[in-house]
Design a protein. Structure first.
Length: 106
């Protein structure tokens, strides 16, 4: 269960989820992600480092930049889809959780 908890930590931040969803559309450089997502370069870089450390994204050099992509796009898309299904089934009850719900992240 430790590995599973570590894996889900990679998905535990809204910005990381947005980055992953965007990378599922295709590979991108950090500057492209900052432009598309409206996040600061330091924020995108920090989250990409976390996702890379979790094995969820990979990068390859292109000139002075790095190009990022999802390591296992099909499995990642399936997991995100399963999460949406579970959220629908629970009526998004997780948003009411006193430890991890919406009021703790606003």
């Amino acid at each position: 269960m430790t590995a599973a908890a570590c894996l889900f930590h990679g998905f535990s931040d809204r910005s990381r989820l947005v980055i992953l969803q965007h990378l599922l559309l295709g590979e991108h450089r950090v500057v492209e992600l900052t432009d598309h997502l409206g996040l600061a370069q330091s924020t995108v870089s920090k989250h990409l480092a976390c996702l890379r450390d979790c094995g969820l994204v990979t990068s390859r050099p292109q000139g002075r930049a790095s190009i990022f992509s999802v390591t296992h796009p099909e499995a990642t898309a399936q997991l995100l889809s399963a999460a949406e299904t579970l959220l629908d089934l629970t009526g998004f009850a997780v948003t009411l959780c006193p430890n991890h719900g919406m009021s703790t992240h606003e």
